[in-house]
Write a protein that binds this ligand. Structure first.
Ligand code: PMP
Length: 240
């Protein structure tokens, strides 16, 4: 089979693929859970730790200034990656932390009360389910689920009925980690806006595969994580 890219060159970018398992070259098919790291990322991390590591935004010495500049340069790079401005990006420790921050903050700000509704889909990663379950339990709001049809797509007719004047938040995945389905962001945003609800996009699985323009997508908030886009564990972003 001829592939539309140079497999050997791509494999050469990922040192871990030189590993053999049971005498076979490693074939890694779990990138949806976490991606392997290319040489450029490994070199950048090592280079930072060897030449620039210092306390960011806390020190006045040369190295602290250098580390702070690199930290803020990364915010510019990641913001550009999703079509956004750097000041719209909050670093988190990952997508789960981003979603907990959003749900927790809405609860803290008293934005939900008994009788309000939070709408998610039936195909959520736990990261976009449990924070909303907890927020619902804490506030008395009701959690509702947009059903998934037999072909894996969302039942948009049901969504139009579910999303209404009680809806305060509509939180959904851009691409499902379970099914790989790309959800209709614009249609969900239109429904949510019509109801005056906030939209929260879980962009974990789309960030590695689709060109993202978060401001143009119409969502209010979005999260994604570094470790699924070739970056290290322990970093993610909340955009809003
Ligand atoms: N949402 C989706 C759709 C995911 O696939 C994942 C990771 N499997 C997460 C959220 C959680 O991301 P993180 O590991 O950055 O917390």
């Amino acid at each position: 089979m001829t592939l539309p890219f140079d497999v050997a060159a791509v494999r050469a970018d990922f040192p871990i693929l030189e590993t053999e398992i049971d005498g076979h070259p490693l074939v890694y098919l779990d990138s949806g859970a976490t991606s392997q790291k290319p040489r450029a990322v490994l070199d950048a991390e090592r280079g930072f730790l060897e030449r620039a590591n210092a306390a960011v935004h806390r020190g006045a010495h040369t190295l602290a200034a250098e580390a702070t500049e690199l930290f803020e340069d990364a915010r510019v790079t990641v913001a550009e990656f999703v079509g956004a401005e750097p000041e719209q990006l909050v670093w988190t420790s990952g997508a789960t932390a981003g979603l907990n921050l959003v749900a927790g903050s809405l609860g803290y700000a008293g934005r939900l009360r008994e009788g309000d509704e939070i709408v998610v889909t039936e195909a959520e990663h736990h990261a976009n389910l449990i924070p909303w379950q907890e927020l619902a339990a804490r506030t008395g709001a009701r959690l509702r689920h947009i059903p998934v049809l037999d072909d894996g797509t969302l039942d948009m007719r049901a969504a139009a009925e579910l999303i209404g004047e009680r809806t305060k938040v509509v939180a959904f995945p851009h691409v499902s980690n379970v099914l790989g389905i790309v959800n209709p962001v614009a249609k969900l945003v239109t429904l949510a806006r019509g109801a005056g609800a906030l939209t929260v996009l879980d962009a974990c699985q789309s960030a590695p595969h689709l060109a993202l323009d978060l401001p143009a997508s119409g969502v209010d908030l979005a999260v994604f994580s570094g470790h699924k886009v070739y970056g290290p564990y322990g970093i993610g972003a909340l955009w809003g």
